[in-house]
Ligand binder design. Sequence first.
Ligand code: F6P
Length: 535
Amino acid sequence: MFDHLKTLAASARERRILDLFAADPDRAARFSAGTGDMHFDYSKTLIDDEIRASLLKLCDEAGLAARRDEMFAGEKINETEGRAVLHTALRNLDGDPIEVDGGDVMPEVLETLRRMRVFAEEIRGGAAQGAGGGITDVVNIGIGGSDLGPVMATLALSPYHDGPRVHFVSNVDGAHIADILRPLDPTRTLVIVASKTFTTIETMTNARTARAWMQEGGGDPARQFAAVSSALDRTEAFGIPADRVFGFADWVGGRYSVWGPVGLPVLIAVGSYAFDAFLRGGQAMDLHFRSADWAENVPVMLALVGIWHRQVLGCASRAVLPYDQRLLRLPAYLQQLEMESNGKSVAMDGSALSAPCGPIIWGEPGTNGQHAFFQLIHQGTDVVPCEFLVAAEGHEPELAHHHRLLLANCLAQSEALMRGRSLDEARARTAAAGLTGEELERQARHRVFPGNRPSTTLIYPKLTPFVLGQIVALYEHRVFVEGTILGINSFDQWGVELGKELATSLGPLVDGEAGAEGKDGSTAALIAYALRYRS
Ligand code: F6P
C-alpha cells in the first residue's frame, strides 16, 4: 500500500526542508489547510506535491468517504463489537435525525443533554444542596475515557470556570482518592461516578470508598451522588437515584465520550453557555470533515502527515507539544485516543497489519518541554515528528508579554528543528569563543544540530470553548482517517482485557489467601516480597 510512497521517501530523505522553501515562495500557503479561524501548517516537513498527491490517493484507495459517511449515518462500523460509532451525535445540536436499528437516536441525546444542563444549573445555583448546604466541590470518579476527556477539558477551560471546584479521581491507588478527599467537606461535595460499563474495578472501588467517606462525615449519598453510565441497571443497584443518572448508548466509545454525560463535570464547572460552545466547536469540525476536499480537509491532512511520518518514514513516536499550559493534559488524552484506537496488530478482516500501527504519542506543554526532552528531539539519533499547538493570544491581556514569549519560543523550536546548525556554523561559534585546533573541532561537533526535523503547527486565535471543541474533534477524525487507511477498527480495545483478567486472578495471591504455585518465578517472587513487607 505504501510502496510508491516509500520510493518517493528514498529521494525525499536526501532533500532539505529549507531548500523546499527556497524553491517555492508559496510553500507555507500551499502546504497548509484551515477551517474557520484555525490554521494547520505542515510545510515544515519533507512533503512535496508528488508525495501529497500520493498520500491523498490513499484516502480513495481506503474508501474513506464511504466509511466516513457510514460512521455519521450510524452504520455499525465497530464490527468486532457490532456497534455504531456515533459520538458525533452528542454534538449534533441541531438534532438532525440519525438512525440506529431503525430508530432516531437524537431525541434521547437531546433530552439527556437537557437534563444535564438542568442538573448542572441546580448544582451551580445552589438549588440542589448537600446535607450541609450548597455544593462547593465536585469529585468525578472515573478512569480512561471516563476521566481523561473531562480532566483535559476542565483544565483547558479554566478561564470560564464559575461553578464549584471540580476534582478528578482515577487511580485505584488509595493515595489518589485520599489526597483529593482530605480537604473536602463530605456534606457539601457532589460525587459523580463515571463509568460506561459501571464495572471497572478502579472506579467501583473508589466509588465505594467515597460513599463510605461521605456517610462517615455526615453527608448524604442519596443527594450527593450522581452517575454517568450506559449500564443503568448497575447504577440503580449501586443506589444512585434514577433522576441523577445520565445514560448514554453503547455507540459512544469511552475515549470519544467527553461530549455527552461524561462531560458533566465540565458542564458544572463552566456552565451551559460555554459547554454548548464546546459542542458547537466539535460540530463545526464535523461539518468541515464531511464537506471539505481531502487536500483542504484539516483532519485528513493531519492524518496523512501522520501516515507519512509513521508508516512511510518509520518514525516510531510523535510528540504533541501544546504551547498552551491549559492543554497540559492534552497529550495524555491523546495517548488514549490515538493509542487505544490505532494501537493494533490486526486489520478489520483479521489479517495481520501489513504496516506499522499508529505511533507512540507523548508530550508536554512548551516551554517546559524545552528544558527537559527537547535535547533528544534536536540532537538525538531518532527523528521525532513534532506537533505544535499554539494560540495567537492568551486569556491574560495584562500578561501579553508572557504570551509573546510563548509564541516566539514555539516558532523558534519549529524553525530550529528544520534549520539545524551545520558543522561550519558550529566551528565559527566555537572559534569565536576562543577555541582552536583539535579542541575547537571536538567542541564544534557537540554543537551541531542535524536539522531537517519535521514539525507541524496548529495555530488558533485563542483557547475558547469553541476552539477546544474543534481541536478535540479534529484529533478524533485524524484517528479515524489513519485507522481507515490502515484498515484498523479504531473503536475496540481488546488489548486492555488480558491485564484486567490477570489482576482479578492475582487478587487472592496478593491478599495472601492463595499460593503462587503455577505463577512464573518473577511474579511469585514479587508477591512474596510484597507479603513480607506488608504491615
Ligand atoms: O481499560 C480500558 C477502558 O475500557 C477504556 O476503553 C475506558 O475508557 C476505560 O476502560 C473506562 O471504562 P468505563 O468507563 O467502562 O469505566
